[in-house]
Design a protein around this ligand. Structure first.
Ligand SMILES: NC(=O)c1ccc[n+]([C@@H]2O[C@H](COP(=O)([O-])OP(=O)(O)OC[C@H]3O[C@@H](n4cnc5c(N)ncnc54)[C@H](O)[C@@H]3O)[C@@H](O)[C@H]2O)c1
Ligand SMILES: [Zn+2]
Length: 358
C-alpha cells in the first residue's frame, strides 16, 4: 500500500492507494468515528462493492442510501434523500458518512456531509478512475442546479481517501479511458514521470495493469495534493488544474453532457489549449503531435466530432463559472510550466476551435 499526505493547515489527511483496501478492516474502521456509518453509493457500484465494505466495518451500525446511477442524480432530490435519512436516524456529527462510488457519489455525499449539522465525519472511497485521480482529492463537493453544473457546493475535506485499485476491474472501458484523460493533464502540469509511464506502457495501461495504475494514481494524487495544499480554495494556483477545462466545459455544455464523458472532453480541450499555446509561441508543434498520439493510443478523442457553432462555443466558454470576467480564462502550456491567462483575443480562440472541428 502506498500513502501520501495532503498537508492542509486545518484538516490534513492521508490518501491510501493499494490493492484490496476494501478489505482493510483496521484502516477503514480507524476513520469511522462515532457508532454509526452511512454508506452512500449508487445502484451500479453498490451491488459490486457494498458487501465487501460492510464486512470490513466491524462494530459499527451500518446504514445505506443507494442513489440511482448518473450525473442527473447529483441533484437536490438526492441531497435531501441523504439529509433526511441522517435526520430520521438521529445521526450525530461525529458519525461517519462514506462515499462509495465515482465522482457523482463523492461530490453529492461530500456536500451532504458538509451540510449535515455543519459538517460530519466524511470518508472518500472512490471507485472510478476519474474519482481516484481527481474528484476524491481536494475537498470540492457539489450538486447541480438546473441552470448549471456544480452551482451549489462547498469546500469540505474528507478525513481520508481510501483508493482500492481492484475496483477498477469492473469499470466500463469508456469510463476507464475517460479517467486516463485527467491523468494526462497531470503530465502536462509538470509530472514528467507520468508522461514517461504513460508513453512507455501503453499496452499495460490498456490492459489495466494494476502496478502501473497504482503508480499513475499515486503520482496524479501527489500532483493534485501539492497544488491544493498551496491553494485550497482556488484563489490562484489551483486553477491550473483546469488545464483544457474551459474548452472541455464548453464542449460538454453544447452537447448537453450527452455526447462526451468528462475525460473525453478534457482530452480535446487539452489539445485546444496546446494549440493556443503553440500559436503564442510557447511550445513546439512536437508537443501537440506527441499528446495527440498519446490520446489516440488511450482511445480518447482528439477532435470535436459533432456539429458545433463557433460563436456558441465561445459563448459557452464565457459562461464557464470559472471565468471571472468577460474574458476567457484558459491555461496555457509553456516550456517553463503552465500559466493562467485571461484571454481576450476572441478571433484567435475562434481559429483554435475551428481547427478542432473535424
Ligand atoms: N470534486 C472535484 O474536484 C471533481 C473533479 C472532477 C470531476 N468531478 C465530478 O465527478 C463527476 C464525474 O465522476 P465520474 O467520472 O467518476 O462519474 P460517475 O460517478 O458517474 O461514474 C462513472 C460511471 O462509472 C460507474 N462506476 C463507478 N465506479 C465503478 C466501478 N468500480 N465499477 C463499475 N462501474 C463503476 C458509475 O456508476 C457511473 O456509471 C462529475 O459530476 C464531476 O463534476 C468532481
Ligand atoms: Zn476534470
Amino acid at each position: 500500500m502506498r500513502q501520501l499526505s495532503l498537508p492542509l493547515k486545518d484538516s490534513p489527511y492521508t490518501i491510501y492507494i493499494g490493492s484490496s483496501l476494501l478489505a482493510e478492516q483496521v484502516l477503514l474502521t480507524s476513520y469511522c468515528e462515532g457508532e454509526k456509518v452511512l454508506i452512500v453509493s449508487n445502484d451500479i457500484v453498490a451491488p459490486l462493492y457494498y458487501d465487501k465494505l460492510v464486512s470490513s466495518l466491524t462494530n459499527k451500525k451500518i446504514h445505506s442510501v443507494i442513489i440511482k446511477d448518473g450525473e442527473v442524480n447529483k441533484s437536490r432530490t438526492s441531497f435531501f434523500q441523504i439529509i433526511d435519512y441522517l435526520v430520521e436516524n438521529n445521526f450525530r456529527r461525529n458519525d461517519t458518512l462514506i462515499a462509495l462510488g465515482g465522482g457523482v457519489i463523492g461530490d453529492l455525499s461530500g456536500f451532504a456531509a458538509a451540510s449535515y449539522q455543519r459538517g460530519m465525519n466524511f470518508l472518500q472511497v472512490p471507485t472510478s478512475l476519474l474519482a481516484q485521480v481527481d474528484s476524491s482529492v481536494g475537498g470540492k463537493t457539489a450538486i447541480n442546479h438546473v441552470m448549471g453544473k456544480n452551482l451549489i457546493g462547498a469546500f469540505y475535506q474528507p478525513v481520508a481517501v481510501i483508493i482500492d485499485t481492484n475496483s477498477l476491474e469492473t469499470l466500463p472501458d469508456r469510463e476507464y479511458f475517460s479517467g486516463l484523460g485527467e491523468i494526462v493533464k497531470y503530465a502536462l502540469l509538470g509530472e514528467n514521470k507520468i508522461h514517461e509511464l504513460l508513453s512507455n506502457n501503453i499496452q499495460k495501461i490498456l490492459d489495466r495493469d494494476e502496478a502501473i495504475l497504482q503508480q499513475l494514481i499515486y503520482l496524479s494524487c501527489q500532483k493534485k495534493a501539492s497544488i491544493v495544499a498551496k491553494d485550497e480554495k482556488e484563489k490562484g494556483e489551483r486553477a491550473l488544474l483546469n488545464l483544457g477545462h474551459t474548452f472541455a466545459h464548453a464542449l460538454e455544455t453544447l452537447t448537453r453532457y450527452r455526447h462526451y464523458l468528462h475525460g473525453e472532453a478534457v482530452s480535446v480541450g487539452i489539445l485546444m489549449a496546446l494549440s493556443l499555446s503553440y500559436r503564442k509561441h510557447l511550445i513546439d508543434q512536437q508537443v501537440i503531435d506527441d499528446y495527440t498520439r498519446l490520446f489516440e493510443q488511450l482511445n480518447l478523442p482528439t477532435k470535436i466530432d459533432v456539429k458545433v457553432d463557433i460563436e456558441e462555443f465561445l459563448l459557452a466558454m464565457t459562461k464557464d463559472k470559472k471565468n471571472q470576467s468577460d474574458s476567457y480564462r484558459v491555461i496555457l502550456v509553456s516550456q517553463q510550466g503552465c500559466i493562467i491567462q485571461e484571454e481576450t483575443d476572441k478571433a484567435l480562440l475562434a481559429s483554435v476551435i475551428k481547427e478542432y472541428i473535424s
